[in-house]
Ligand binder design. Sequence first.
Ligand SMILES: NC(=O)c1ccc[n+]([C@@H]2O[C@H](COP(=O)([O-])OP(=O)(O)OC[C@H]3O[C@@H](n4cnc5c(N)ncnc54)[C@H](O)[C@@H]3O)[C@@H](O)[C@H]2O)c1
Length: 263
Amino acid sequence: MAATTTRVGLVGYGLIGQAVRDMITSNDNGMEVVFIHDADTSRLDDLGDLALTDLADFDSRGADLVVEMAHPDVTRKWGTTILEKTNYMFISVTALADREVETGIEEATAKYGTRAFVPHGGVVGMDALLENRDIWESVDVVMKKPPKNVDCAAAGVDPDSITEETCLYDGPTRGICPMFPRNVNTHAAIAYAGIGFDRTHSLLLVDPAWSDATVAIHAKAPGVELHVERVEAITGVTGASTPASIYNTVQMIGSTGPGIHLR
Ligand SMILES: NC(=O)c1ccc[n+]([C@@H]2O[C@H](COP(=O)([O-])OP(=O)(O)OC[C@H]3O[C@@H](n4cnc5c(N)ncnc54)[C@H](O)[C@@H]3O)[C@@H](O)[C@H]2O)c1
């Protein structure tokens, strides 16, 4: 069987973007990185021909898949433009809480025959939420983080002023996404996979005494309960397990390499 190579373009070359690029490059997966874009052009300095300084030129690289690992604004600004030409995976899932963005993506994929992908990222058990989405009566997400790892700018909160356990949000997932757009992608993915942004309930707790990040999911339906919790180290806004999780989803979509593949 002839081997093909999946051409992948990366948007965002920070903690996750750099790790994902390394994993694509160092594994026998039938994928090739064809461009890297970052708004901070100093991050592109050593990348030679791979550097794409203006995202408007993305189509010149012939990518089969563009992967956003930057900020939800990228999907807001570029999502439908990218989908006019090729497939698009976005990890800053909070973008989907904006109904206009969600509709725009759905319409672009239908019009241009391309595909959009949302990775499970920091969500443990997204398969179970999705497969039973018709039965859940409630889905609750509880996130606990040190305040220094929460970007509170959009919420107008000073994380340094928090001295004890504090609840930053308690309500529907739709409302938490614009307040903490870089921190609650797991909430957004849980809502999208399960019962939606308006019916999913989100809680965000911070305490400077904590050093790890915790995400717990509690889903209930008649005769079924799902309880999942992961506690992990966190750097910046990203949990320790996320880079490998994102690479795994990229390779699920784009890998043409040999081996036994879990689905
Ligand atoms: N889906 C998930 O489970 C999950 C988990 C963790 C983080 N994330 C999201 O992934 C993204 C990347 O996380 P990270 O830890 O690598 O962050 P990071 O801050 O280390 O890197 C982000 C990079 O994107 C660049 N960037 C920011 N805005 C941009 C824009 N508009 N256009 C182009 N480049 C831009 C920055 O310059 C930076 O280099 C964030 O949006 C974060 O919220 C998602």
